[in-house]
Design a protein around this ligand. Structure first.
Ligand SMILES: [Zn+2]
Length: 407
């Protein structure tokens, strides 16, 4: 009976939810890294939306480049029957820039509602989550029902540009907030059926190799050292050795193996008859969490030393990105079980747990020992032109969170 009431109440919020989306869309929360003023205005608006909460706490990260010198982070708390535990629902306030405007059919910062969808920058990534989590919590308040545990709505800044002023800041400066037994939901990725719960990530390592030899005329190769040849040997050796040695399979992931791809190649000499003295290329590696990245780094160093000796070149190794190896969320944790059940109740589908190539904000939580689930029902239009949010998914996700919190 209680659940029916909750579901009915959420349905009645549909128009308010659409309005919240449209209002937020106009409050361009673009990172100073991308030339924006940050999340201040949007955070003020979100604070109004959550004014029903039992407690609101603000954790501002200082950033002089942003409006009023801060990158806001907010925790809005609703008290549960059992106050020893909390269900966290984390969403991010920032959005990415609109990109090429000519690819948009409408103004990206003026929401358009059409055919059951809301169009605009940020409506899916990550406002759907902001709205669905807020209205899920509000339902309890409006009906005078207490959720089973506390609900902590967490709104963070800076997710798109690395989370230094967002969840990383919170974990570093206010780590005591995050209890290991709490339940953590991150509705920032998912599938159109709502049947994929992401619980693990591969470790991302990006390598930049700079091979230095000696430039000379190509007709007199003995006068120099061809950095391009040494680089090519290094590339193929890495490709072979890494694939052979780190060849484990884990079907949680798609693809179920570690990946090692040579990607970017910087230009060397402009003309055909010059033997290059410098060669720069990159590798994008995504390693299954069963492997210690330190072992991989050691193997790469050994290969680099070999190639240096073989050709008489000097090779430096840099890391444009080096992720941490993060634990896999326990599939038997309470959060995974509750979420699966709530998805079944609301959407009628059996959700499966999956691992991905790496790179969500949940990794920081997992690294801190928190069992985080990344889940939402979305079509994955993040960062694209004509980004949209399916209104039924936004309302449905609110029902899932309310169900989860009422169990
Ligand atoms: Zn996002």
């Amino acid at each position: 009976m209680e659940k029916e009431e909750l579901m009915k109440k959420i349905e009645s919020y549909r128009e308010d939810m659409i309005k919240a989306q449209a209002d937020m869309c106009a409050l361009k929360a673009i990172s100073p890294d991308s030339g924006g003023e940050g999340e201040f205005d949007k955070a003020e608006y979100v604070k109004k939306l959550v004014s029903f909460a039992d407690e609101i706490k603000e954790y501002d990260a200082k950033d002089e480049r942003a409006k009023n010198g801060i990158r806001p982070n907010i925790v809005a708390k609703m008290y549960g029957k059992d106050r020893s535990k909390a269900i966290w629902i984390m969403s991010h306030l920032d959005v990415v820039p609109e990109g090429d405007r000519s690819l948009w059919n409408s103004d990206p910062f003026k929401a358009v509602v059409k055919d059951g969808k809301i169009y605009g920058r940020g409506v899916e990534d990550n406002q759907q989550a902001i709205v669905s989590s807020i209205f899920a919590a509000k339902t309890f308040k409006d009906l005078g029902i207490k959720p089973k545990y506390d609900i902590n709505l967490l709104f963070v800044s800076d997710e798109e540009m690395g989370s230094e002023y967002g969840v990383q800041f919170l974990l570093k400066e206010h780590g005591e907030l995050f209890k290991k037994d709490d339940i953590y939901m991150v509705p920032d990725s998912g599938s159109p059926k709502g049947d994929e719960i992401e619980i693990a990530e591969k470790t991302i390592i990006w390598f930049k190799f700079t091979v230095e030899g000696k430039q000379s005329h190509a007709s007199m190769p003995d006068k120099g050292i061809n950095a391009h040849r040494a680089g090519a040997d290094l590339l193929l050796t890495l490709d072979k050795v890494l694939h052979e040695k780190y060849n484990a399979r884990d079907d949680l992931f798609s693809p179920p193996v570690s990946t090692f791809e040579p990607t970017k190649k910087e230009a060397n000499v402009p003309n055909v008859n010059t033997m290059p003295g410098k060669d720069i290329f990159y590798f994008d590696c995504r390693v299954l969490p069963q492997y210690d990245p330190e072992d991989l780094l050691k193997d790469v160093r050994d290969i680099v030393n070999e190639i240096e000796k073989k050709y008489g070149v000097k090779i430096s190794v840099d890391f444009p990105q080096k992720g941490e190896r993060t634990p896999v969320t326990d599939i038997n944790s309470e959060g995974v079980k509750l979420l699966k059940k709530a998805i079944r109740d609301v959407y009628g589908v059996e959700a499966k747990t999956i691992g991905i190539g790496g790179g969500t904000v949940a990794a920081y939580l997992r690294a801190a020992g928190c069992n985080a689930c990344v889940w939402a029902r979305i079509e994955e239009l993040a960062h694209q032109p004509n980004e949209y949010c399916v209104i039924d998914y936004m309302v449905g996700d609110a029902k899932v969170f309310a169900t989860l919190a009422s169990e």
